[in-house]
Design a protein. Sequence first.
Lengths: 80, 232
Amino acid sequence: MKATVLVRPKPGILDPQGEAVESSLRQLGFAVEGARIGRVVDLELEDGDPEHARAELERMCEQLLANPLIESYEISVAPR
Amino acid sequence: MSERPRPRIAVVVFPGSNDDRDAALALASLGADPQLVWHAEPALPDVAAVVLPGGFSYGDYLRCGAIARFAPVMDAVSRFAAEGGLVLGICNGFQVLCEAGLLPGALRPNASLSFVCRDVPVSVERADTPFTSRCEPGQRLTVPVKHGEGCYFADGRLLAHLEANGQIALRYEDNPNGSIGDVAGIVSEAGNVFGLMPHPEHAVDRLLGSSDGALVLGSLVDAAREHALAPA
């Protein structure tokens, strides 16, 4: 089963990477009002049960993939 | 007077650590007996303190310190800290301590997005910790920083808690990385774990610009010696 985790800096957390990209996009002439940079983790799971997989992914995020103090996360499990 | 005992202090070596030997040399020059301990060791040798050195443990993959916290030796370090053992994390070591939950807060990319590598002035907010006892309250130390991700973050509630508890032991006088509250170093609530971004081990000889780092590491050596002499 495939799953994807999106990890984002929480609102209000300074994201200098996003700011640098925003200003570069502006220099290119794009009308950008904000850019925030997170990370994508694509996972291949042994699990066959989406409910169980989701619970496991939640634990993965809390324990390693995200730092809950500064990052939020979003889990999606690919339909079979 | 006979020579004072040299307390044993572990310096943990992760794959990607690069200030381990500097830390060991500095500790030895200040009267300690440093022991390099490989990250894969399941236990610590009999030591009076532990230092997590600077570097780029595990390539700083995912987040700085996020992978190092799973090193086998870190379970032993966590137990050591929980029992009141003295633990000092420098730069990457500070990041590891935050990721491991041994210190509160997190370290983020510098606000400038630039790697900063220069001497910075820091002021001693707490001179009554095992890591700063050789300093005077309010004393200005000049110690180098060299990091890309040293921007300390705590949310408003945590920061207020740290301030009220006096856990901010060192503050930047000229904030090099955007750290909230100008935090350069914090101690744990119990006071036996200390993390800082500046590198005291690179400032132990005036030939290298400053010897102020010796005040921090020397304080640790003093505390470790007392600990080693105390009856078990």
